[in-house]
Write a protein that binds this ligand. Structure first.
Ligand code: ADP
Ligand code: MG
Length: 374
C-alpha cells in the first residue's frame, strides 16, 4: 500500500500554518544539453514524482497543499494561491507570499512575470485597488494604500526606492509590529502610481551572473503593500494590514555552482536567510511549541509579524524539470513537502500514477541526510 510518511502535518495551530504550493515550470530544451528529458513530473493537483537517483527503477513521490503543473497559467496561480488571502489585509491582518526555489526555476516569472504574462505582483496590486474601490462607498472606513520596496543582500537591508540607501535597521514597536525606520513609503492611489515607482526600482536590484544563470538574483526582493484604514467617525480608529510579496534569492547549493570569493560570501549570507526561513516554516508547520527562530536572520526578522501567528502566508516553491537541476529540485522539494514516499516503479513519460496496492513501496526517511548533502 502506498502509505504516506508525515513530514509535518500542520499541527494544531491552524492559523500559523504556511500554505505550501509547488509550481513546476515547463521543460526547456535549452536547459537540457544532454537531451535526457525531464526527471520530474506532476501526478495530480497535490502530488508529483521525481526519479530516484539511487535507483532508476524507483521514483520519489511528494505531496503538497497544492501542485501547479507546467500548464498552469499565471492567472491560475494567482487565483488559487494569492487572491484568497488579499481581503485579510483590509481587516488589519498581515500576509506574505514567497517564491522559493533554485535560480532558473521560475521565481521571477511567478512573482513578476512579463507584460504578456503578468505574475503575482501586478495581479495582487490590481486586486488591492479593486478591493478598495468596492469598499470605498459605505463601510465607514477610509482606505489608503502605500508601498515600500527593499532588498536583503548579504544580510543588509537596502531601500530599492532610494538608490543610495545604506543598511537599514529592523525594529519592533510595543505592539510587536516590525518596522524599518527610514524606509521610503510611497502613497499610491492607482496602479499607474505603483508601476511608476516599481519598474525603475526593480532595475536597481543587485544581480550578477553565476554558472547556473546569466542574470541570477543574489538577493531577496521584498515588496510591501500597506493598507491603512481609518474610521470615518470618532474615535477615528486606525488599522494597518501588510502584504509582503517576496522573490527570494536562489536556493541552489553554491558548493556545486563553482562560486568563489565574493560570490561565496554572498552565498553564505543567502543561505543564512534561506536556512532560517526553512527553520521558521518548519517550526510553524509542525505546530510544536519550539521557539520560532525569527531573529536568526534579517529576512525572518523582517517578516516576523507577517509569517505565522495570525498572518496568512503562502510559499510557492518553483522547480524545473531538467536533470541539471536535479539535486536542487530534491532539496527544494524536501523543504516544501508535507510527505514523501518511494514508489517502486520506473520513471517514464508515458506511465500514469501508480495504483495504490499494486506495487511495493518503501519509505524515505527524513533522517536520511545523504540526499540533502549532495
Ligand atoms: P528564477 O527567477 O527562479 O531564476 P525565472 O523566473 O527567471 O527563474 O525563470 C527562468 C526562465 O524560465 C525564464 O526565461 C522564464 O521566462 C522561464 N519560465 C519560468 N517559469 C515559466 C513558466 N511557468 N512558463 C513559461 N516560462 C517560464
Ligand atoms: Mg529571478
Amino acid at each position: 500500500m502506498a502509505t504516506r510518511v508525515a513530514v509535518s502535518d500542520g499541527g494544531n495551530k491552524k492559523t500559523s500554518r504556511v500554505r505550501v504550493a509547488v509550481r513546476l515550470r515547463p521543460y526547456m530544451n535549452k536547459e537540457d544539453e544532454k537531451s535526457e528529458g525531464p526527471c520530474v513530473r506532476g501526478l495530480d493537483s497535490q502530488n508529483l514524482e521525481i526519479i530516484n537517483w539511487r535507483n532508476a527503477t524507483e521514483t520519489v513521490k511528494y505531496h503538497f497543499d497544492v501542485f501547479h503543473g507546467e500548464q498552469t497559467t499565471q492567472q491560475e496561480v494567482f487565483l488559487s494561491s494569492v487572491k484568497p488571502i488579499l481581503p485579510h489585509i483590509f481587516n488589519g491582518q498581515n500576509a506574505s507570499v514567497f517564491a522559493y526555489g533554485p535560480t532558473g526555476a521560475g521565481k521571477t516569472h511567478t512573482m513578476l512575470g512579463s507584460s504578456e504574462q503578468p505574475g503575482v505582483i501586478p495581479r495582487a496590486v490590481r486586486e488591492v485597488f479593486k478591493l478598495v474601490k468596492a469598499k470605498d462607498a459605505s463601510d465607514g472606513w477610509d482606505y489608503s494604500i502605500g508601498m515600500s520596496y527593499l532588498e536583503i543582500y548579504n544580510e543588509k537591508v537596502l531601500d530599492l526606492l532610494s538608490p543610495n540607501s545604506q543598511d537599514l535597521p529592523i525594529r519592533e514597536d510595543k505592539d510587536k509590529n516590525i518596522l524599518i525606520p527610514g524606509l521610503t513609503h510611497m502613497n499610491i492611489s492607482k496602479f499607474a502610481d505603483f508601476d511608476k515607482h516599481f519598474v525603475p526600482a526593480t532595475l536597481n536590484r543587485t544581480t550578477a551572473s553565476t554558472k547556473l544563470n546569466q542574470r541570477s538574483s543574489r538577493s531577496h526582493a521584498i515588496l510591501l503593500i500597506k493598507v491603512v484604514r481609518t474610521q470615518q467617525q470618532l474615535p477615528h480608529r486606525q488599522q494597518t494590514g501588510k502584504l509582503y510579496l517576496v522573490d527570494l534569492a536562489g536556493s541552489e547549493d553554491n558548493r556545486r555552482t563553482g562560486n568563489q570569493g565574493i560570490r561565496l560570501k554572498e552565498s553564505g549570507a543567502i543561505n543564512l536567510s534561506l536556512f532560517t526561513l526553512s527553520k521558521v516554516v518548519d517550526s510553524l508547520n509542525s505546530g510544536t511549541s519550539v521557539r520560532v527562530p525569527y531573529r536568526d536572520s534579517k529576512l525572518t526578522r523582517l517578516l516576523q509579524d507577517s509569517l505565522g501567528g495570525s498572518a496568512h502566508s503562502v510559499m510557492i516553491t518553483n522547480i524545473a524539470p531538467e536533470y541539471k537541476y536535479y539535486f536542487d529540485t530534491f532539496s527544494a522539494l524536501n523543504f516544501a513537502a508535507k510527505s514523501k514516499l518511494i514508489v517502486n516503479k520506473p520513471f517514464t513519460r508515458e506511465t500514469v500514477a501508480v495504483v495504490p496496492g499494486e506495487k511495493s513501496t518503501h519509505f524515505f526517511h527524513s533522517s536520511d541526510q545523504s540526499l540533502m548533502d549532495r
